[in-house]
Ligand binder design. Structure first.
Ligand code: TYD
Ligand code: MG
Length: 441
């Protein structure tokens, strides 16, 4: 019998090579080429009979309501719940809480769910489940053989199947090692077929690589309907659930959770969590408002300036782009006439969140001024982007940011000039330039 034709595919960039090489010629990754069987579809043969088109107006969707887990922060990110027959990929760093979140959702839904784990034993799952939920009922399968899992799913007929993780599943029919391109792609294809035929929803947990992308082929993200990422800092307890792809809705909602001893708890008022109970009345501390999805969050920016003792002045930032800080420093020197040439500047965003929104520019700049002048700024929110000529520029969603500030009891907001429709309870100080903003603190 002829040897089946094979090809080598890079697990990083999908480059195809006719023979094995130690280094992928396309992306330069070492040891990433994996052998895979060629399934030829190009050979001649009869063209298959056309399938029957369906009249869309005749399709009844009323019977297939979304699966609502009751964990609001999760359901909202998906736009109101899990769509029946859909594939959801849940990615995130190791230990961030993917298994915990999936288990909590499963425990809420109880007997409609099959929880498949290729990573933990039934005993380990039992131990964890006792901590995260009061419910007891859950069907669990500890298995790594994909074909066994799928026949169990067909026999059992659940509404939702959790697979933890897709990289641990192995099928005899596909080639390569478990977690490799051929295995993972093959597994998702099989799962997809079963999901669409039987209207079963799957949550697939996926590992991420060092760079923070879902491990395995990028095509995986194209194949599934929804891609969720659970993010957070290792030393902070909050977790953000972000949707990066959603075939059934928008991707601009985020869910906020806190990792507690009893699993992930929903955070209904994230600003309160990030700001903490009481703010220190110290110079250099300024509260700003950043958008996470469609939500406004209040965060504290801390600046510290100190006289440079030796050499060049230092610019250091945690949670904020240091190049942006250099730029803001230049604007402060040139447009506001501050002497920062002999000052080290340190910026820290409290609570471990990373800010990448230009709307925080003015707050960072004013925090530096506040520290330099040793002036305490209290009860004030600051938002605005800074232009190179020192102008304070428009920020989107100003109304939402104002509402959030009001909700948390702040008295005034310094912001760019914009047309505001409603009457606000909070004092709105609209400024055009950096100089004007500095005069208000
Ligand atoms: P886990 O869900 O196993 O992470 P992943 O599946 O993403 O790898 O979460 C593991 C971490 O979560 C672990 O470091 C401990 C912490 N944790 C809690 O703090 N409280 C809890 O109730 C649970 C179940 C886990
Ligand atoms: Mg896990």
């Amino acid at each position: 019998m002829a040897k089946p034709a094979t090809i080598f595919i890079c697990s990083n960039c999908q480059h195809r090579a006719p023979r094995w090489q130690g280094k992928c010629p396309e992306c330069g990754q070492w040891n990433s080429l994996e052998e895979s069987r060629i399934i030829s579809s190009a050979r001649g043969g009869p063209i298959s009979k056309a399938a029957q088109p369906v009249d869309l107006s005749m399709v009844d969707i009323s019977l297939r309501a979304k699966i609502v887990s009751g964990i609001g922060e999760f359901d909202d990110v998906l736009g109101g719940g899990l769509v029946p027959g859909s594939l959801v990929l849940l990615g995130g760093d190791p230990g961030i809480g993917k298994s915990t979140l999936a288990l909590q959702i499963s425990m809420e839904l109880g007997d409609k769910v099959l929880y498949v784990s290729g990573e933990e034993s039934v005993h380990q799952i039992k131990l964890r489940s006792g901590r995260v939920s009061k419910n007891e009922q859950l069907n669990v399968l500890a298995e790594t053989d994909l074909d066994t899992v799928l026949s169990a799913v067909e026999g059992f007929g659940p509404q939702l199947v959790v697979i933890d993780s897709i990289q641990t599943m192995y099928s005899q029919e596909a080639s390569g090692v478990a977690g490799g391109v051929a295995q993972v792609t093959g597994a998702v294809q099989k799962i997809m077929r079963l999901a669409k035929q039987n209207h079963i929803t799957f949550i697939l947990i996926g590992h991420v690589t060092k760079e923070g992308y879902l491990a395995g082929p990028k095509t995986l993200e194209h194949m599934v309907d929804t891609v969720l990422y659970l993010e957070g800092e290792r030393f902070a307890s909050f977790r953000i659930l972000r949707c990066v792809k959603n075939r059934f809705g928008t991707t601009n909602e985020v869910g906020v959770f806190e990792m507690l001893h009893q699993g992930l708890a929903e955070v209904k008022n994230p600003s309160q969590l990030f700001l903490g109970e009481e703010q220190m009345q110290a110079s250099g501390n300024i509260i700003t408002s950043v958008m996470e999805g469609s939500r406004a969050l209040l965060l504290e920016i801390q600046a510290l300036t100190s006289t440079t003792n030796f050499g060049y002045p230092k610019r250091t930032a945690a949670g904020f782009d240091v190049n942006r800080l250099q730029l803001l420093t230049a604007i402060l020197s040139k447009r506001a006439g501050l002497n920062l040439a002999n000052q080290d500047i340190y910026i820290n965003v409290a609570s471990g969140i990373k800010i990448d929104e230009p709307a925080a520019d003015l707050a960072v700049a004013l925090a530096v001024v506040s520290s330099l002048k040793d002036a305490v700024v209290s009860d004030t929110i600051v938002v605005g982007e800074l232009g190179l000529s020192g102008e304070v520029r428009f920020v989107p969603n100003l109304e939402k940011r104002i509402k959030e500030a009001e909700k948390l009891g702040f008295k005034r907001i310094i912001c760019p000039k914009s047309r505001l429709s409603e009457k606000n309870k909070i004092e709105v100080i609209q400024v055009r330039t950096l100089g004007e903003a500095i005069s208000k603190i």
